[in-house]
Write a protein that binds this ligand. Structure first.
Ligand SMILES: Cc1ncc(COP(=O)(O)O)c(C=O)c1O
Length: 374
């Protein structure tokens, strides 16, 4: 059996929506982008949503809108996705890192506070795998040190904390609609904020820094970060599917939990903090001898990701910027034992049972006593 790691749900409705958009005579950024923004703003619970061509651009826009630039430091989690680091570098700012929490893999607020220097301007937190960070702690640190907080909810749409949705925390937030995400526009992203002035700036930056009142007059350094109406048309259909997409992932994660519940120390299961509704973009586990386990999964047709295997200070693109011997012990340990298992709407129970059995065998556990769990 072959089981992919992710698989988008793209059906007749998406095809129809694309065809209708092509026939409508308006395919660039237009009415569908506006409608998509309004739908997402209302879902996430923010005043303003700005649709863009991908999540990386959305992070770049946040930094530009907040006025972060040359030699300013921005603190990210040491086990983070490269996109945030690149957005920081694109703005000539400096990548700084803090270690992560050993159970949620989110940025550790205590370590953030230790890493603050006079140059620090912002914290760019990632809601790891779909679980919202502790923004009470991060915002308190930001207030004490006069910093901005950017919530990278690229993989957290649908997650929440005490009923507040991912994408609504911090001064600005983003999400991604990349094809592997829970809902997709194929490529796409969105900036979220409660702040009207930041939203105004974000819209200008997205559109070549152009003065909304005067064509070819450019008031800010921007870029072409626009989303097309074709992408937004797909996004609107996907948004309608979102509750079902989230529900199936949640159920699959519960089945994984049950399938591994008896394994104790052999597998560290995902930890969900109190009052969190997890967005379940990833189902991350920690195992011993990860590379061997991964090789066995591959040999048996089970696809997986290691998200992410190389902490940012060890990435070849950044290693020279960190003194030899720089350590982020938790991030390094987690990155060396991590595996993220297949999770997608169309995964059948049979496929998932096969993944569970394959993982159990790979970590040296006995097959599941099927009747007890299934
Ligand atoms: C945490 C995080 N931030 C940013 C991004 C970048 O999003 P995109 O691929 O849409 O540029 C991703 C994409 O996987 C991500 O996982």
């Amino acid at each position: 059996m072959q089981v992919p790691w992710a698989e988008p749900v793209l059906g007749e409705e998406e095809i129809q929506a694309v065809v209708e958009t092509l026939r409508s005579g308006w395919v660039g950024m237009g009415p569908r982008v506006k409608q998509f923004e309004a739908s997402l703003a209302s879902y996430v619970g923010v005043e303003h949503a700005i649709a863009v061509n991908n999540g990386t651009s959305a992070l770049d826009i946040c930094l530009k809108a907040l006025g972060i630039g040359r030699d300013d430091e921005v603190i990210m989690p040491a086990m983070g996705y490269i996109a945030g680091a690149f957005a920081i570098s694109q703005n000539a700012a400096r990548l700084a890192l803090a270690d992560i929490d050993p159970r949620t893999f989110n940025i550790d607020p205590n370590d953030v506070e230790r890493r603050i220097t006079p140059r620090t301007r912002a914290i760019m937190a990632i809601d790891y795998g779909g679980q919202v960070c502790d923004y009470d702690a991060l915002m308190a640190i930001a207030r004490r040190h006069d910093l901005f907080v950017i919530e990278d909810a690229a993989g957290a749409l649908g997650g929440s904390w005490r009923g507040q949705m991912a994408g609504s925390f911090g001064h600005m937030a983003i999400t991604s609609f990349h094809v592997a995400k829970v809902m997709t526009t194929i490529e796409g992203g969105m900036v979220f904020t409660h702040d009207a002035e930041l939203a105004r700036r974000a819209r200008i930056i997205r559109n070549q820094g152009e003065d909304p009142a005067q064509k070819y007059r450019h008031v800010m350094v921007g870029n072409n970060f626009r989303m097309t109406d074709i992408s937004a048309a797909i996004g609107l259909v996907q948004f309608g599917r979102l509750p079902a997409l989230l529900a199936s992932r949640k159920r699959q994660c519960e089945r994984y939990n049950a399938g591994f519940a008896d394994l104790g120390d052999l597998i560290q299961l995902p930890h969900v903090e109190p009052d969190r509704e997890h967005g379940w973009f990833f189902y991350p586990i920690l195992v011993h001898d990860r590379d061997e386990v991964a090789a066995r999964l591959k040999a048996h047709g089970v696809d997986y990701r290691i998200a992410w295997p190389i902490p940012l200070h060890q990435q070849p693109a950044y290693a020279a910027g960190f003194p030899a011997g720089t350590r982020y012990p938790v991030a390094e340990d987690v990155a060396s034992r991590l595996l993220t298992l297949p999770l997608f709407h169309a995964m059948t129970d049979e496929q998932q049972d096969y993944v569970i059995d394959t993982v159990r065998a790979a970590v040296g556990a006995a097959p599941l006593a099927t009747a007890s769990v299934r």
